[in-house]
Design a protein around this ligand. Sequence first.
Ligand code: ATP
Ligand code: MG
Ligand code: MG
Ligand code: MG
Length: 563
Amino acid sequence: MRQSMTIIPTLREVPSDAEVKSHQLLLRAGFMRQTASGIYSYLPLGLKVIQNVEKIIREEMERAGAVELLMPTLQQAELWVESGRWNSYGPELMRMHDRHNREFALGPTHEEVITSLLRDEVKSYKKLPLTLYQIQTKFRDEKRPRFGLLRGREFIMKDAYSFHSSQESLDEVYDRLFTAYSNIFSRCGLNFRAVIADSGAMGGKDTHEFMVLSEIGEDTIAYSDTSSFAANIEMAPVVNTAVKTGEAAKELEKVETPDQKTIEEVSSFLDVPAEKCLKTLLWKVDDEFVVVLVRGDHELNDIKLKNLFNAAIVEPATPEETKEILGVNFGSLGPVHMKTSEIKVVADAAVQMLENAVCGANEDGFHYVNVNPDRDFPAVQYEDLRFIQEGDPSPDGQGTIKFAKGIEVGHVFKLGTRYSESMNGMILDENGRQKPMIMGCYGIGVSRTVSAIAEQFNDEKGLIWPVNIAPYQVHLIPVNMKDEAQKQLGEELYEELTRAGYDVLIDDRPERAGVKFADSDLIGMPVRVTVGKKAQEGIIEMKIRENGESFEIPVGELLERLK
Ligand code: ATP
Ligand code: MG
Ligand code: MG
Ligand code: MG
C-alpha cells in the first residue's frame, strides 16, 4: 500500500479524552476515529489489524470443528420475549421499532436467533453436535463506554454456539474451544490467563473468561501463586458468602413479620425449590452492597452476573418497576435496583429486608408497613462478610491468593438448556424421546482484543505490533522522494517485497525525514526498511521496531534478512 494513496491521520498530541495507552495510540497512529461515544470508524490500518485477528480466530475455530455463518444484527423482540430476556436484559439492549411499530433490538449477542434457527432445522440427535460461529458487529448500550475499543457500544465480536444431545458432548466441545481460545490469544502474542468466571463453577468446569493481564483491566483476578487456580474476583467471594447466607436463610423461617409469606409460597411464586430460592449472594460494588437472590439451578449461571451488577448500580428501578419485575412490593423499604427474570438484584437499603424476610409480600396491596431494620429484625452486619483477599489460602488448597487486573477478551460458557427449554429447541434422542438441546456459547471481543494487544505492545514512541497482527510486515521508507535514486530503489524494493509475498507499506509521501520516521515509529510495523543517502551504493537500513536495533545491509541481502 502506498501512503500517498491511503489515509493514516497521525497526531502528535495525545487526545485529551483518551485515558489509556491503547486508546491514545490507536487514535494518534491513525488506526481509528470516534464518531460518537463508544462508536468508531476503523481506518485502513485499524481494519487490517482487525482482519488479522479475525484470520487467526477463523483458523483456530475451523480447526476446532466450528463452522462460520452470519446471522442478522436486527432481531425481532418476539425472540427475546420467548427467552425472557426482552424484559431482563436491561438498558444495554438497543431497542427500536420499524415503520409498523414492531419492536426490534440490535443484537448484543445471538443465543435467541441461533436457538430459533436450530430448532427449525435440527430435529434429531443424529445431526449433533454442531458448532457454529460468526464474526459480527454487536451493539450494547454500555452505561460507560470507555477506553476506546475496550468498551464500545458498537463493537466486533466472534460469537459461537454449540448444540449437543448429551452433556459429554458439550464437555468435549467446550474443552476443544477452550484450547482454540488459548491458541488464539497466544498467537496474538497476549499475556493472558484463563480464569473461572462463575460461582457455581468453583470446580472450574462450566465457564471461563480469558483475561489479558493489564493494569487497566476492569476485572480483578484472584489466582494462586503456585497452582493453576484463577478466578474472577467478582465470583470468588461467593464461595464464602453462599455458605453464610445459606445459614442466615434458615433463620428466615423463624422471623415473624406481618404479611410475610412462607418459604413454600415464595418457592412456588418463583417456581424454584425452597432451599434454592433462599440462596442469596452478597456483593460489594463501588462501595455499595447489593444482594443477589439467585435461583440456584445451574443454567442460571449463564446470566452474566457482572452485567447485572453494572445495571444494578447504574439503572435503579423505580419501586413501580421493581414491583412489576419482582412481583414483590418493597413498600417503604427503599430502592430495589434491577433483576433478570430469574435473578433479583437489590441494593443497599433492601439488604436487611432480603436477608431477613426474603418472603416479602408478593401480591397487590401487600407490603411491609412500619418495619424497621434492627427493631423488627436484626440488621445485616457487613463486617461479617468474607470476601476473598490477597494472602488467603487458595480454594484448591495449593498456594496463596494473589490479585491481578485483567481485560476480559474471551468468555466460554456451558449454557445447558437455558435457551432450548425456554424457546422450545427440542430434538429426538436415541430412544425417540423429545428433549431439549444442550448448548454452549463462546465469545471473543475482536475489537477489544486489538486494543488489548495495543495496550500490551507499545513504547514511548508508539505502537509495536507483533508480526502476526501488524497491518503491514514491512514499512518501506524512501527518505527523500525528490532524490531519483532513492525513489527508484524504493519502488523496486516495493515491487520485489510484494512479489515475495510481504505486506508492504511504502511511505511515498513528499514529507520530511523526521515526519516519516516519527510516523513510522508511531504506527509500529515490525520492520522498517529505509532507503536513504546510500541508495546509490545499494546500501539500505533495516530497523527492528521491537528492540530498536538497526543495521545497514546491501539491497541484495534484504529478502534473506527478513526471513
Ligand atoms: P464485560 O464484562 O467487559 O462487560 P461481558 O461479560 O458483558 O463483558 P460477554 O457477554 O461475555 O461480555 O461477551 C463476549 C465478549 O465480548 C467479551 O468477553 C468481551 O471480549 C467482548 N465485549 C463485551 N462487551 C464489549 C464491549 N462493550 N466492547 C467491546 N468488547 C466487548
Ligand atoms: Mg464480563
Ligand atoms: Mg458487559
Ligand atoms: Mg463475559
